[in-house]
Design a binder for this molecule. Structure first.
Ligand SMILES: [Mn+2]
Length: 384
């Protein structure tokens, strides 16, 4: 019998409009450590997206290093793989700290599948770190075949590599068709092009520990028990109102028993809408002491002389807790645009809009700011 704890998608170094989420992660990791010790877990599985970006901030790195080295002398093995947010090279550089803990890092898929297996007594963990297209092309013999075909071939080879073991687990960072998307995953990485079919997951595994999708879920149509444990905290506002879990897995002679354990959250992400005519003071009274980060949607009239005061008040009372403030203007203000929009660029349209609404020319400093913002959204959104 083995006890495994399956966690995923730590996203250390995540920020929301410059607000660091490292405290949220630290709070979750404390609970993970407590569970590992109180449940006497044998192996901790971490299925990728350790970091949110290739170069995270120092406090994120400190947090992860502290967590990973905590297990030295505690008799718990830790197996981790890279996710699509992780840098392969960064995780490879972590190889040295293996000496400190019972830490086993699989940073990228290797052409030799035998190198991708962690063995512990009669348990084998076959690992597939996020297979980027580039890596997959270099290690695959049939380069012309589709992405999902190559991944499926690799999974087959992994299943074969561990067939002699009594207990067999697959640890992978992958998109599986029919998985529910939270919205906070990187868009292209969850498209159907990158998805493998549930029936491409080899039947011979006793448990499949997946990372990538941020909602805790089981892929029912796969033959082996196939689970995403989900992110450890609400990564962004698309995960508002969702609960967070880790999976406790008991591997026994007759199969796997899987139990999702709910984590408590350091801060909730909350979306608050303030309707036109609603008292801002009253809303603020209700929410200002809550332990949460807020996205406030203010239904506004651009001609309202109090608008500036209202937004100032929101910033003043909520402070750091106000992560986003979105003004929602009535539909009509956009239909009032001059008809001869055709052939104008966005800046020209904004100039016309400003003149129509304020009866004056667009001031230079605003024009410069609008130009900068337009540049930013048009040229920088597609960077990873
Ligand atoms: Mn992720």
């Amino acid at each position: 019998m083995f006890k495994l704890l399956h966690i995923s998608d730590l996203h250390a170094g995540k920020t929301l409009n410059k607000v660091s989420r490292n405290e949220d992660l630290a709070y979750a990791l404390e609970q993970v450590s407590d569970i590992c010790l109180s449940e006497k877990v044998d192996v901790l599985l971490i299925s990728g997206d350790i970091f949110d970006k290739a170069i995270p901030d120092y406090s994120a790195e400190g947090l992860v290093l502290e967590f990973l080295t905590e297990w030295a002398g505690k008799g718990i093995e830790v197996v981790l793989i890279a996710g699509n947010h992780d840098s392969y090279d960064k995780l490879r550089a972590y190889a040295g700290i293996k000496k400190l803990g019972r830490l086993h890092i699989f940073d990228r898929p290797s052409p030799k599948v035998e190198d991708m297996v962690f063995q512990y007594k009669d348990l084998a963990i076959a690992c597939l770190p996020y297979p980027s297209e580039r890596v997959l092309t270099t290690i695959s013999e049939d380069a012309h075949r589709s992405y999902s075909h190559k991944v499926a071939q690799y999974l087959k080879a992994l299943a074969k590599a561990v067939e002699g073991y009594k207990y067999r687990v697959l640890l992978a960072h992958l998109m599986v068709e029919k998985g529910k998307i939270a919205g906070s995953e990187r868009e292209a990485s969850v498209s159907s092009f990158y998805a493998i079919r549930p029936d491409q997951i080899p039947e011979s595994f006793h448990y499949v520990a997946l990372g990538h999708l941020h909602l805790n879920q089981r892929i029912e149509s796969a033959v082996p028990p196939t689970h995403y444990s989900g992110s450890l905290y609400q990564i962004d506002f698309s995960e508002k109102d969702t609960k967070k879990f880790v999976n406790l897995v008991v591997l026994e002679e007759f199969g796997a028993k899987v139990q999702a354990l709910e984590l408590s959250l350091y801060r909730q992400l909350k979306e608050v809408r303030i309707a036109k005519g609603q008292s801002i003071d009253k809303v603020l009274d209700e929410i200002k002491d809550q332990k949460a980060l807020f996205k406030v949607i203010l239904e506004a009239d651009i001609k309202d002389p109090m608008l500036n005061l209202k937004t100032q008040k929101l910033h003043q009372v909520l402070g750091e807790k106000l992560v986003f403030l979105n003004l929602e203007l009535p539909e009509s203000s956009s239909t009032e645009l001059p008809i001869e929009v055709e052939g104008l660029d966005l800046l020209q349209i904004y100039r016309a809009y400003y003149k129509q609404n304020y009866n004056q020319e667009l001031p230079e400093e605003i024009e410069r700011e609008v130009f900068r913002l337009l540049n930013e959204v048009q040229h920088e959104t597609h960077q990873a």
